[in-house]
Design a protein around this ligand. Structure first.
Ligand code: GRF
Length: 210
């Protein structure tokens, strides 16, 4: 897994992995923020974590190759992004095409980018939610694996809405990954369709994801 922050999604996936309901194992957390909460959570749960070098930039990795090397050394099949706040480029995206999954706290394609819950709240939508999708070379784009809707209540504050979207993420992510890892699927146009077809990518037995 790649993460930058609190790590609540990491913890939800670790809990699912521990009960065998993730469809794979959670091997390692790669984090770009040395003080991030996700690192303390990983230590508490006994899951390996690393902070490979990030370089001079804030919004991307100056050199993705140490990150790729860490994945290769551990034979990681699938990379899960959960709150990873840097844009990725070809060194990582190409070898992991179809094998990199992100969670985003809105019903994409609405409200991509930063502060998605705040964007949706301020826009005044009546329904928002969260999206699990494959990663492409564009921000919060890529074929959708699963979504969950969250109603916006009349008296919601940004805080109360944020709490419910995070709850929805924690409920959605593990079952979505399990399906992605264990059922056949293919890409039709920009749709991810479960079931056999041209361009089948996964599953592989005992896929590990980091
Ligand atoms: C989540 O809302 C996720 O959708 C977004 O960043 C947040 C990460 O939260 N991409 P956490 O670190 O998993 O608690």
């Amino acid at each position: 897994m790649f993460a930058s922050g609190n790590g609540s999604n990491f913890e939800a996936l670790a809990a699912a992995a521990a009960t065998g309901s993730l469809g794979g194992s959670l091997e390692v957390v790669l984090c770009d923020q040395p003080g991030a909460g996700v690192l303390a959570r990983a230590a508490r749960l006994g899951i390996e974590s690393l902070t490979p070098p990030t370089g001079r930039f804030r919004s991307k990795l100056e050199d993705e190759s140490p990150w790729l090397a860490a994945l290769r050394e551990r034979r990681i099949d699938v990379v899960v992004l959960a709150g990873f706040m840097r844009r990725l480029h070809a060194t990582l995206l190409t070898p992991f095409a179809g094998r990199m999954v992100n969670i985003h706290p809105s019903l994409l394609p609405a409200f991509p980018g930063l502060d998605a819950i705040g964007q949706a709240y301020r826009h005044g939508v009546r329904v928002t939610g969260c999206t699990v999708h494959l990663v492409e070379d564009a921000i919060d784009a890529g074929p959708i694996v699963a979504q969950a809707a969250v109603a916006v209540h009349e008296h919601d504050t940004l805080e109360s809405l944020t709490a419910r979207v995070h709850e929805a993420e924690h409920a959605l992510f593990a079952p979505a990954l399990r399906r992605y890892l264990t059922e056949p699927w293919h890409i039709d146009g920009r749709r991810l369709v479960f079931g056999a077809g041209e361009g089948l990518v996964l599953p592989e037995p005992e896929a590990a994801h980091g």
